[in-house]
Ligand binder design. Structure first.
Ligand SMILES: [Zn+2]
Length: 180
């Protein structure tokens, strides 16, 4: 954030919480705020007010709440993007599944049943009549649950910050209610 943003946040902290900054704390708090996001910091203060914090929170406490809100927002953003991105096939249209029968190890491709890319891949495969029998692709749903696969890929992709569900729900509600 800019110097003006830092000033505004510092003013808001002293306005909504009890207490005041000692001289030695001011520089420390300003240095802490500088690299943070202005809007997220406002939401952090909103959340702490809502939570019943009375006194100007210590840097560590503020940072914990800030990081939690940041993680929740990132997560929400990922869910918003989910429509454009197919987590089942990771936009590849097909999924390679490993199987082993005795000493024979093989990768077999299945088309994705959850997105257009997958449906097109299946369609294209059948259209090439010359190789039809050899390259016929089966749907992924035949060997695994595509929704479950999407969940696994989604978890693999994001950095998970362990947070109980009720905390997420509460944060979500608070952020929505108090969005600046
Ligand atoms: Zn897909």
């Amino acid at each position: 954030m800019t110097f003006d943003n830092v000033d505004e946040i510092m003013a808001r902290l002293t306005a909504v919480f009890v207490g005041k900054f000692e001289d030695y704390q001011i520089k420390e708090y300003c240095d802490f705020l500088m690299p943070l996001d202005f809007e997220l910091m406002h939401k952090t203060i909103n959340y702490m007010v809502h939570q019943g914090t009375k006194f100007i929170p210590a840097i560590g406490e503020t940072l914990t709440v800030y990081k939690t809100i940041e993680a929740t927002e990132n997560e929400n953003r990922m869910f918003e993007q989910k429509e454009d991105f197919c987590y089942t096939c990771e936009n590849k249209g097909a999924i390679a599944v490993f199987s082993q029968a005795g000493d024979t190890k093989l990768w077999k491709a299945y088309y994705c049943t959850e997105c257009d890319r997958g449906r097109n891949a299946a369609y294209d495969g059948r259209r090439v009549s010359k190789y039809k029998s050899k390259y016929y692709m089966e749907p992924i749903s035949k060997v695994m649950d595509p929704k479950q696969l999407a969940q696994i890929n989604l978890l693999k992709k994001r950095e998970v910050i362990p947070m109980p569900q009720y905390v997420r729900d509460l944060l979500q509600k608070t952020c929505n209610n108090m969005a600046v």
